[in-house]
Write a protein of this length. Structure first.
Length: 193
């Protein structure tokens, strides 16, 4: 068995997933982990050394929400070796011939690939992508905002297609901010104060 296949078996990550190429700011990685938790994306991988978890006691924003524990996240230089072979890499980038998010049909086994805050997805990575997607906006979005928009669109599209349930708010929220009680929080006696 070759090294890449063995590495994939030993370190496999679930899909759907997000890959961030060489992010610059740790708070964007932390916010991306939160977005993955909010929108039921199982894995996040980032490349590069600019965000090194060893430098921090925690990634900013990442542990303020208990749901982040359901996201497998790590820094790795060969993210596609960690993902199933049948995944569909989707490059989220501003390209002339990319598909608009408005009408985009999200693959079930999607891996969303985002570039750094101060650059683009490198050509060597773009060559691995099967689809190209852009967010219809008048200006570029912040990295973590772009991840939130794409993942929210994925969940809402799945709901509208009947692939994911549309739940009442009190069933959907696992963690509460404000005065909306939920069954999970009611069990532990949270009263909204």
């Amino acid at each position: 068995m070759d090294k890449a296949k063995q590495r994939q078996l030993n370190n496999s990550m679930d899909i759907p997933a997000v890959v961030i190429i060489d992010p610059k700011y740790p708070h964007n990685v932390g916010a991306a982990i939160r977005a993955c938790a909010c929108f039921e994306v199982k894995s996040l991988i980032w490349t590069g050394e600019r965000v090194n978890p060893a430098k921090y006691s925690r990634l900013p924003r990442e542990e303020r929400m208990k749901g982040y524990k359901h996201v497998d996240f790590r820094n790795d230089e060969r993210p596609f070796e960690l993902l199933p072979k049948d995944c569909v890499p989707v490059c989220v980038e501003v390209f002339e011939n990319s598909e608009p998010l408005t009408t985009f049909e999200h693959p079930e086994n999607a891996v969303y690939v985002f570039g750094p805050e101060d650059g683009r997805v490198p050509q060597v990575i773009r060559r691995l992508c099967h689809r190209f997607l852009h967010i219809p906006a008048h200006f570029c979005l912040n990295l973590s905002a772009a991840i939130n928009v794409v993942l929210a669109h994925r969940l809402m599209s799945r709901q509208l297609a009947g692939k994911a349930p549309i739940l009442p708010l009190r069933e959907m929220l696992v963690e509460v901010r404000g005065r909306v009680p939920t069954p999970n929080m009611d069990e532990v006696g949270w009263d909204g104060k």
